[in-house]
Design a protein around this ligand. Structure first.
Ligand code: NAP
Length: 244
């Protein structure tokens, strides 16, 4: 059994991904930031179903905590073969002219720096075995821009896309694949963080598919990208945004 680390796996897309990866036979490292009980619930659900998992608290925006998280994974007998950079944040809907540096930096530090740091630590380990796969959870916002909502968040996901392209090329010859999913309009708690819990239902009629997406639908794409079924796929993007 090999280890898959999913950041931000206590809720939403990360939680759905952790559950599906456990079904595929990975031992899942369930990272969370603040919701310890929710992370523990994910671990218990996996174990009840006959899988293996453990929770790890770490703020991915904090370099020392990221280093400690990977050191904790090193204490396991199995190698780390999969990383899902899922943890991400956004703040209340706002126009660009109302943003301040503190908010912009917080979004960039978590969504961009945090993702870089986790990639760095994972690549060091995967390179030892010349095998591994990383999926970065970007957003349709990287393409669409999130005007009037959170351009800071959209820009952070644009940076994640560029990271995916560049890192995929850097590590391809080392047997490591790096891909990205770009969800949009998925039913999770994240929209409440933006100040509009019902955002998906407001927008859904404007989407070609006329509905929002479920976290499990994003998780399926992530699990496929991590699997050997995607063995010739790297530097690629899968959009999961109902056709938008
Ligand atoms: P969510 O329901 O708000 O869950 C966010 C998760 O990230 C939680 O597990 C949270 O942990 C964790 N997290 C937040 N900050 C963290 C940090 N500094 N360190 C470690 N973990 C942290 O979000 P979601 O909707 O599932 O989103 C997951 C990913 O999908 C994000 O990258 C998001 O940008 C992307 N995405 C979502 C949508 C959508 O429509 N929902 C669309 C496009 C892209 P705690 O529970 O401990 O706080």
């Amino acid at each position: 059994m090999a280890i898959a680390l999913v950041t931000g796996a206590s809720r939403g897309i990360g939680r759905a991904t952790a559950l599906q990866l456990a079904q595929e036979g990975y031992r899942v490292a369930v990272n969370y930031h603040t919701h310890a009980q929710a992370a523990q619930d994910v671990v218990e659900q996996i174990v009840r179903a006959g899988g293996e998992a453990f929770a790890i608290q770490a703020d991915i925006a904090d370099e020392s905590q990221v280093v400690q998280m990977f050191a904790r994974i090193d204490t396991e007998a199995q190698p780390l073969v999969a990383l899902v950079n899922n943890a991400g944040i956004l703040f209340t809907q706002s126009r660009v002219e109302a943003l301040n540096a503190q908010r912009i930096n917080q979004v960039l530090t978590t969504n961009v720096t945090g993702t870089f740091l986790c990639c760095r630590e994972a690549v060091k380990r995967m390179a030892l075995h010349q095998y591994g796969a990383i999926v970065n959870v970007s957003s349709a916002a990287a393409r669409l821009g999130s005007a009037g909502e959170y351009v800071d968040y959209a820009a952070s996901k644009g940076a994640v896309d560029t990271l995916t392209t560049g890192l995929a090329q850097e590590v391809a010859a080392q047997g490591i694949r790096v891909n990205s999913v770009r969800p949009g309009f998925i039913y999770t708690d994240m929209h409440a963080s933006g100040g509009e819990a019902g955002r998906v239902d407001r927008i859904k009629s404007q989407l070609p598919m006329q509905r929002g997406g479920q976290p499990e639908e994003v998780a399926q794409a992530i699990v496929w990208l991590l699997s050997d079924k995607a063995s010739y796929v790297t530097g690629s993007f899968i959009d999961l945004a109902g056709g938008k």
